[in-house]
Design a binder for this molecule. Structure first.
Ligand code: LMR
Length: 397
């Protein structure tokens, strides 16, 4: 039966990591997958996370199944990050959080929920978006459409086209937004634009789904949650898909969460029963270790403070590398004004490189980035910025 099966293409992001690993060039540079690297090019285990992990191991907790929505103390920690303490959506019982295997798991549970309960709803994504977004929702049987988001002429938001397109999205559909640190462009709406988007979706009866994979990588833990809190303040329904891969540096532990916010507690209970059903028929119940670690960090004032400082230092390093990249592009004579890179936020940057540039960088200099031209700024360091910008200067010539 397998004779007829055709090979699947390599994943546009994780496939790059395989190619990078296999590349024998000692000068290779990996700016592909969104994984944080420190100044020495290492992906650190955060000290707060290591301490909490040891505490979890020492406590030797049961390895019996977790409940379908995961650890309650983890869900409470996630809600405190999303909404702050004692927020109305939490105290009223409107918000229900389920632990998921990573942000991808959260998105897939959302897709399964939509497919089973709101079939006929199309999911609208930003153009461009993370390449796995369409794959996840299509796999869940949800049809996809996209709306303009990025304008390559200004390297900013395609604001008026975006607004007109959102005005045309049919009532009953869903729109997937990146709550901060847009992947792949690094371009986020301003607070005023967020308000207009939120009011538009609310008034038109469109379900906002917020992918929140980079909390703390933009301007700060609280600042980056502003869009989430705005949707909460408006009182409507929405969904948040959280990932702790990046901000806890726990990529391989697959720690995420999906939070459904309903109109009231009664509706939230009904929605939650369907979320549990979606989880049960997918992976049954979530893995425990990573969530126990995150819950330990968030539940201990000292560890939490240490984690916040570690997260701030990752954020500061990335923002420092943005400035350095802009300076070095100018120094190496790359034509154009790249100062816009400094106002982009999060791990990624669209710096105007084409697919041809990306391929030339890979083939001639063993510099790896996603075909879309996305640069992982967190992979830049003092030691690779010169060869990187010299190579960019060569290929754009
Ligand atoms: C990325 O965009 O590089 C990350 O979110 C990692 C991934 O799974 O693609």
């Amino acid at each position: 039966m397998f004779d007829t099966i055709q090979p699947a293409p390599a994943d546009p992001i994780l496939g790059l990591t395989d190619a990078f690993r296999a590349d024998p060039n000692p000068k290779k540079i990996n700016l592909g997958v969104g994984v944080y690297q420190d100044a020495a090019g290492k992906t650190p285990v955060l000290k707060s996370v290591a301490t909490a992990a040891q505490r979890v191991l020492d406590a030797n907790p049961s390895m019996s199944y977790l409940p379908i929505p995961g650890l309650p103390e983890y869900a409470a920690g996630v809600q405190s990050l999303l909404f702050g303490d004692d927020h109305e959506v939490v105290t009223s019982g409107r918000a229900k959080t389920a632990q998921t295997p990573g942000g991808t798991g959260a998105l897939r549970v959302t897709g399964d929920f939509l497919g089973s309960n709101l079939s006929g709803s199309t999911m609208w994504v930003t153009d461009p978006t993370w390449p796995n977004h369409p794959s996840i929702f299509q796999a869940a049987g949800v049809s996809m459409a996209k709306f303009p988001y990025f304008d390559p002429k200004t390297n900013g938001l395609a604001w008026s086209d975006m607004l007109s397109a959102l005005n045309e999205v049919p009532t009953g559909d869903a729109v997937l937004l990146h709550a901060c640190c847009h992947n792949p462009t690094g371009v986020d709406p301003t607070p005023d634009e967020w308000r207009q988007i939120a009011e538009l979706l609310n008034s038109r009866g469109i379900l906002p789904v917020l992918d929140f994979a980079y909390q703390g990588f933009g301007d700060g833990i609280e600042q980056d949650a502003a869009a989430i809190r705005l949707f909460a303040e408006l009182g409507g329904e929405f969904v948040v898909c959280s990932s702790f891969s990046k901000n806890f540096g726990m990529y391989c532990e697959r720690v995420g969460a999906v939070t459904f916010v309903a109109k009231d507690a009664k509706q939230a209970d009904i929605v939650n029963s369907q979320v549990k059903r979606a989880i049960r028929s997918n992976y049954s119940n979530p893995p425990a270790f990573g969530a126990r670690v995150v819950a330990t960090v968030l539940g201990d004032a000292t560890l939490r403070r240490e984690w916040e400082q570690e997260l701030a230092s990752m954020r500061d390093r990335i923002n420092g590398m943005r400035t350095l990249l802009v300076d070095k592009l100018a120094e190496k004579g790359v034509p154009g004004d790249f100062s816009f890179i400094k106002s982009q936020r999060g791990m990624f940057s669209f710096a105007g490189l084409t697919k041809e540039h990306v391929h030339a960088l890979r083939d001639r200099y063993a510099i790896y980035m996603v075909d879309s031209g996305r640069i992982n700024v967190a992979g830049i360091s003092e030691s690779n910025v010169d060869p990187l910008t010299e190579a960019i200067a060569e290929v754009v010539k």
